[in-house]
Design a protein around this ligand. Structure first.
Ligand SMILES: [Zn+2]
Length: 251
């Protein structure tokens, strides 16, 4: 025998159950995104506010004696979501660093460029959009450089005096164009491989194991997920200072 009232009750119960499952799924998704902000970050052009874990700043000291020599920390491919948090950590530890910036990213975060300059960092040229420069004509190389110079000075930075070629890809033509623009081509000796998704402890250990007087450390603030780079900074800074090295801008 059909029982319409009973069927209705059963159907209501089913709908309520389905809504609850739906809400639970939504809650779980939100929880995952809140726990792993990197899932949402990095997808340009949407700017994501990244906050610094207070643990990273807890034991920050600014003492920077140079008994063993200077070391330059350098950050490439920004500005991005993680540049401001990286600046916050560097500020807490009294570190002056050098940022090799992509001109095409400057208009989205001119305030970040100004903050870096105000904090005493160097902001230098890493081309407009990260091409292999040896594939380009001299005119194209020149455009990559000058557009970036203009973007940075337009944002309020001093005109860069250094160029870092993407992938360290350079030849006589690239060197000639850079020299014509009055830019010094710079490299590095410690590649942290932070862009390969290496863990923060590995990144810091690589720096501490290889550091020597005058080392230039390659890090990235503008890759898709620089969270391990950010988290590695306290151990890098404390590790090299513990060996008697001071941090300095590139010269
Ligand atoms: Zn790069």
């Amino acid at each position: 025998m059909a029982n319409p009232a009973g069927n209705r009750r059963a159907s209501l119960r089913r709908t309520a159950f389905e809504m609850m499952v739906g809400l639970l799924a939504l809650g779980a998704t939100l929880l995952v995104y809140l726990s792993f902000p990197s899932l949402g970050a990095g997808a340009e052009p949407r700017a994501e506010k990244v906050t610094v874990d207070p643990e990273l700043l807890k034991s920050a000291t600014t003492g920077n004696p140079c008994t063993a020599g200077e070391v330059a920390l350098t950050f490439d491919d920004g500005p991005g979501d993680y540049t401001e948090p990286i600046l916050e950590v560097l500020r807490a530890y009294g570190v002056k660093a050098t940022f090799f910036v992509l001109g095409s990213k400057v208009s989205r975060r001119p305030e970040t460029i100004r903050t870096a300059i105000r904090d005493g960092h160097l902001v230098e040229n890493h081309t407009w959009d990260h091409p292999h420069l040896t594939d380009l004509t001299p005119a194209e190389i020149e455009a990559q450089i000058t557009r970036t110079q203009q973007a940075l000075t337009g944002a309020g930075a001093p005109a860069p005096t250094m160029l870092r070629a993407p992938f360290n890809n350079q030849d006589d033509t690239v060197r000639a164009v850079a020299a014509k623009q009055g830019l010094k081509l710079t490299q590095w000796d410690i590649d942290t491989n932070d862009w390969r998704g290496r863990g923060s402890q590995d990144i810091a250990a690589a720096v501490v194991a290889q550091v020597r007087p005058g080392s230039v450390v390659l890090l990235h603030d503008g890759i898709q997920d620089p969270s391990n780079t950010l988290n590695a900074l306290p151990a890098i800074i404390k590790g090299i200072r513990g060996l008697g090295y001071c941090t300095a801008t590139l010269s």
